[in-house]
Design a protein around this ligand. Structure first.
Ligand code: DNO
Length: 347
């Protein structure tokens, strides 16, 4: 595996030089954040980003993410133009040596939490999803936004988007996803860039919006839509793992065994009795997931793709982008590295 870390560009308070000091860190995953969703990222901009990262002694081989415009998910309006732009982005990124593109197909909202700074008993702050808080949230207020979200919409379009999704069934969403994949995967193959869809987080419908990348049955269906190694997964343990219905080690064993996981997001989550959840430290002892079993499944499958610690809590007084501070994510990376070294030496 290749250990990586998410970096939000030059205004990220977590600098490249700090990331480089985390042991065994091969590179960062990042994106160009100031180009409107759906438009083409010029090659010069990608090269400049790559130069900045490599000058700091790190690699840039994974893009997280190239967001998918809502018109593509809804199969309407400028859908075909945005698909052409997406293809151009794949070509441009491939030309710059990018190996994996992470993206998602969640209608309107990316990952959703109800509170970003819940104080845990040890004094750390974490992101949480509480059902009672969710019921009080108004998705149309435009106030719902998480740091680091892959925004694929404009605030003023929310009302209209909700109306459009009101008429879209889950089957329509599958149909639009299939169309998108059938167009882009041949380009990804020709450009040698592996596409890696991120599962829906949380993996259930939210605010009445359909979500389909949620469980084993749907992951099977997704991979069969275009049966190519270039049509793969970002397997996010914390997203799929916030319901006990998903057995993460089993999913990893299956899909890594098929060579379809290109990017591993590893984090733990504590599932609450009512179905809500709290993000926890990475260690197995802190949440509901067995991180050792998950990593063992990757190791047994001979996984040699990219991996990253996922959200961290805010600890030691750190402030900044919720979920994406330095300290707890660095602890996560070190924990994953430790388990991996043990697995290597024991095998
Ligand atoms: C959350 C991230 C997601 C992910 C996107 C991919 O922390 O894992 O925002 O990057 O869903 O498009």
């Amino acid at each position: 595996m290749k250990m990586t870390f998410r970096w939000y560009g030059s205004d990220d308070p977590v600098s490249l030089s700090k990331i480089r000091q985390i042991p065994n860190m091969s590179g960062v995953v990042s994106a160009i954040y100031d180009i409107p969703v759906g438009e083409v990222w010029p090659v010069e901009r990608i090269q400049a980003l790559k130069r900045e990262v490599t000058a700091a002694g790190l690699e840039l081989e994974v893009i997280e993410s190239v967001p998918v415009h809502e018109d593509i998910k809804l199969g309407r309006g400028d859908c075909e133009r945005y698909i052409e732009n997406y293809k151009q982005n794949i070509k441009n990124l491939g030309q710059c040596g990018i190996k994996v593109i992470c993206y998602n197909f969640m209608p309107v909202f990316d990952w959703t939490r109800t509170q970003l700074d819940k104080e845990l008993p040890d004094g750390s702050n974490a992101l949480v999803y509480y059902k009672d808080q969710l019921e009080k949230m108004n998705p149309l207020s435009g106030e719902l936004s998480l740091p680091g979200w892959d925004a694929s919409y404009k605030k003023e379009d929310l009302q209209e988007l909700f109306e459009a999704y009101g008429k879209l069934t889950e089957e329509d969403l599958w149909h639009n996803l299939e169309h998108f994949l059938s167009e882009i995967i041949p380009v990804a193959e020709a450009s040698d860039v592996k596409m890696a869809i991120h599962p829906d987080d949380p993996p259930w419908n939210i605010f009445g919006l359909p979500r389909i990348i949620t469980n084993e049955k749907n992951l099977d269906r997704f991979l069969a839509l275009v049966d190519s190694p270039y049509n793969g997964l970002t397997l996010c343990s914390g997203s799929l793992g916030c319901t006990t219905a998903n057995d993460i080690p089993a999913l990893v064993r299956k899909y890594a065994g098929m060579g379809r996981i290109h990017f591993a997001h590893v984090r733990n989550v504590k599932i609450l009795p009512d179905g809500g959840f709290e993000e926890s430290a990475h260690d197995s002892s802190c949440g509901s997931l067995d991180i050792f079993a998950i990593l063992k499944a990757y190791h047994d499958a001979g996984f040699d793709g990219y991996i990253r610690p996922d959200h961290g809590r805010m600890i030691w007084g750190e402030t900044g982008r919720a979920g994406y501070g330095l300290y707890d994510r660095a602890l996560g990376a070190v924990y994953i590295n430790g388990i991996w070294e043990a697995l290597d030496k024991m095998s």
